[in-house]
Write a protein that binds this ligand. Structure first.
Ligand code: PGA
Length: 257
């Protein structure tokens, strides 16, 4: 079953609304309309409305970088999934920076995933081990536990909308990317096989799994050549129009029509 690769630019705390709009205005004409690749950008909350207006009728889709499961309430600093719903197709949850700085737990990730799916939007669920866990040989068991915890209570029918991003923490923003072979091995054994255990082979085969962590045009081909890697969640390189367009082109070329 062919899986459409998805390249998502996680802009983190970068780009004002004006800069974000200028970026997508410059990016859109550089993307070939026929490339069978989903392209997604994730600006800050503040820029979502203006970028959504700019992207109307564009092949580029929009993601938020987080979203609270409750529709409204006393959660200072938060924005709810239902507030984001009119603007975005995707919401990134479980990013290691949110797990580290905002104390996002596996239970929170699960509540968010369910709220996103119930609202008809798609979660990009980020998972990945720390350097210490990696060195202790705990990567597979830890990533498996993150995947299982994120998916509690999600129905088989909803799984078609779930994207998982495997991002080893030691590779994020460090320039130290995992080799394609290593990423493929973890994605296969810790992510796809966990989904297979929980939901069966058909759902596992259809689910899209991204790699993330220092992805750039120079190493993109190595990842896209792996059979279980269906795209990338990209931080640094997604802030550059030429790099982002190049990542999409490489995915389109290597993954084929
Ligand atoms: P990076 O970030 O590409 O800058 O390593 C990836 C991410 O945090 O999603």
């Amino acid at each position: 079953m062919a899986r459409t690769p998805i390249i998502a630019g996680n802009w983190k705390m970068n780009k004002t609304p004006d800069e974000a709009v200028a970026f997508v205005r410059e990016l859109t004409p550089k993307l070939r309309p026929h490339a069978n690749v989903e392209r997604v950008v994730a600006p800050t909350f503040l820029a979502l409305a203006s970028v959504a207006a700019e992207l109307k009728d564009s092949p580029v889709k929009l993601a938020a970088q987080d979203g609270h499961w409750d529709a409204s309430g006393a959660y200072t600093s938060q924005v709810s999934v239902s507030m984001l719903r009119p603007y975005v197709d995707y919401i990134i949850i479980g990013h290691s920076e949110c797990r580290a700085y905002l104390n996002e737990t596996d239970a929170n990730v699960n509540l968010k995933a369910k709220a996103i799916l119930d609202s008809g939007r798609k979660p990009i669920i980020a998972v990945g081990e720390s350097l210490a866990q990696n060195e202790a040989g705990e990567t597979v068991s830890f990533v498996r536990s993150q995947v299982s915890a994120a998916l509690v209570g999600i129905s088989p029918a909803q799984m078609g909308d779930v994207v998982i991003a495997y991002e080893p923490i030691w590779a994020i923003g460090t320039g130290k990317s995992a080799s394609g072979e290593l990423a493929e091995g973890i994605i296969k054994t810790a992510v796809r096989e966990t989904v297979e255990d929980l939901y069966g082979g058909d759902i596992a085969k259809a689910m899209r799994i991204q790699y993330g962590g220092s992805v750039k045009p120079g190493n993109m081909e190595e990842y896209m050549a792996q059979p279980n890697i269906d795209g990338a969640l990209v931080g640094g390189a997604s802030l550059d129009v030429e790099d982002f367009a190049a990542l999409v082109e490489i995915a389109a070329r290597v993954k084929g029509p």
